[in-house]
Design a protein around this ligand. Structure first.
Ligand code: HAM
Length: 444
């Protein structure tokens, strides 16, 4: 048997790379438009960094970290997420002293030892932003707006924004006590994981995928809210400041015309959150339906040894965005992947002239290929189509005599319908100039 990639990891073949590059390009462009700058951190970090900041009782720390030992005593982990490394880098490079409020974005692989299933991988990729150094609710709204803007740009129109608040640490302590009291009578009916969550981190019960636990949790939250006479149904009892913050976020989102659902009960799987939390869900994704998630973490910078300062961010799963976009791809969408030029020759004797053109195109950074095997014109045209080229330039006897070249634009498709082909004759001297404007590879 030939060797295979590990379960929960995937190779990206060139067809998919085109879609990844387009997505990465959209992320970079929009992050810059919103004033965020890229920061790249290592894939490997000291284990203690995550143990302290993500929370000892979270699933990530308890069972999902890939731990690595060097030859000495140092324990390292493959990064399971991007927020903590970004804050580490922010503090390590003294950005809090030089720049104060900083808006950063990142993109790259993350690693979690989860049980692989559709949409859940052991090596997956996220892009995300972290706005560090402000407690303003306007920053929450900016971050959410950017998160949704990128998803729209990637072709997602059917996602739902779930919005909630977890209050400050004091609110969380008070609310945890209240939730435990409410869950106590049903405690024995919770799943094994939730029984231990009940003690260690009771909010995680709200996130359990087991139907019985979900029913018990929802009833507990309903009762808490009924007793408190409040809506929406978050189990958190908020102090005045946190309630005001949440109202301001919701009001600014409404002003911006951003629809959200604040009636869902959900908890985030990381302990650093305070106040605003959100998830973007996509119905096409089945059980792993969160495409993006984020929120405020106003205590993390301080807990990691920095000054007290507010921060908020999100991360989006790239594989899930692409899966969701594939679900939404409609008949109306124009095939966006045709790129580059294929130089076809009608006789093997013309390869030399074709090769000269290809070299000139490459020197201009234009995407161009040809066959050197003396294939028939028909076979070359088929190859150009299969390679997804936008143009085929045909060099034959008639063309060479007239110092011209025939330039054919291959049809874009709309669903299964072709959008028409065009063909024209271009003077040979003008060909490289003309074509190289159109056929830059996607990363340009
Ligand atoms: P998270 O909810 O753990 O949050 O992950 C964010 C997104 O990453 C998820 O919504 C999902 O799309 C994707 N994701 C997570 N795990 C997997 C997996 N095993 N396979 C495929 N995709 C996955 C965070 O990571 C926080 N750092 C977000 C954040 C940024 N909060 C504030 N700033």
């Amino acid at each position: 048997m030939v060797p295979q990639a590990l379960r929960g990891t995937t190779d990206l073949l060139s067809d998919e790379i085109t879609r990844w590059l387009a997505l990465e390009q959209a992320v970079r462009r929009l992050c810059v438009v919103y004033g965020y700058q890229e920061l790249r951190t290592p894939l490997i970090e000291d284990a203690s960094l995550f143990l302290r900041s993500i929370g000892q009782t979270t699933d990530i720390v308890q069972k999902e970290m890939f731990r690595v030992h060097d030859r000495g005593d140092q324990e390292m982990v493959l990064r399971p997420e991007g927020t903590v490394p970004m804050v580490r880098a922010y503090l390590e490079h003294n950005l809090h002293k030089t720049d104060g409020f900083v808006k950063l974005f990142y993109m790259g692989p993350m690693f979690r030892a989860e049980r692989p299933q559709a949409g859940r991988f052991r090596q997956f990729h996220q892009y995300g932003v972290e706005a560090i150094g402000s407690a303003s609710p306007w920053v929450d709204v900016e971050v959410i707006t950017l998160c949704l803007h990128i998803l729209r740009e990637c072709g997602l129109s059917q996602s739902t924004l779930w919005l909630s608040t977890m209050g400050c640490r004091e609110d969380q302590q008070r609310s945890a006590e209240r939730l435990r009291v409410q869950l106590q009578p049903d405690r024995m009916h919770l799943c094994k994981d939730c029984q231990s969550r009940f003690e260690k981190n009771v909010f995680r019960v709200l996130d359990c995928k087991q139907k019985t636990c979900q029913k018990i949790a929802q009833e507990a939250v309903r009762q808490i809210n009924q007793d408190a006479g409040k809506a929406p149904p978050t189990p958190f009892s908020l102090c005045d400041e946190c309630a005001k913050h949440f109202d301001e976020v919701r009001s600014a989102l409404r002003d911006s015309g951003i629809a959200f659902d604040d009636t869902q009960v959900f908890a985030r799987g990381l302990d650093y959150y305070t106040r605003t939390v959100f998830e973007v869900r996509h119905a096409g994704l089945g059980s792993q339906d969160a495409v993006a998630a984020g929120g405020r973490y106003d205590r993390l910078v301080e807990e990691m040894g920095g000054p007290p300062m507010g921060a908020v961010g999100f991360a989006t799963g790239i594989e899930r965005v692409l899966l969701a976009a594939a679900c939404e791809q409609t008949q109306g969408e124009v095939n966006p992947t045709r790129r580059g030029v294929y130089v076809a020759v009608t006789e093997a004797g013309f390869i030399r002239e074709g090769f000269r053109l290809i070299q000139q195109l490459h020197n201009r950074g234009a995407q161009a290929i040809m066959s050197y095997d003396g294939k028939s014109l028909r076979a070359q045209l088929r190859e150009a189509d299969q390679a997804g080229c936008q143009f085929v330039a045909i060099l034959g006897e008639r063309e060479l005599k007239g110092r011209t070249i025939s330039l054919r634009e291959l049809a874009a498709r709309c669903g299964s319908r072709e959008l028409g082909k065009s063909e024209r004759t271009v003077p040979l001297e003008a060909f490289v100039d003309e074509v190289s404007q159109h056929v830059k590879p996607p990363c340009h």
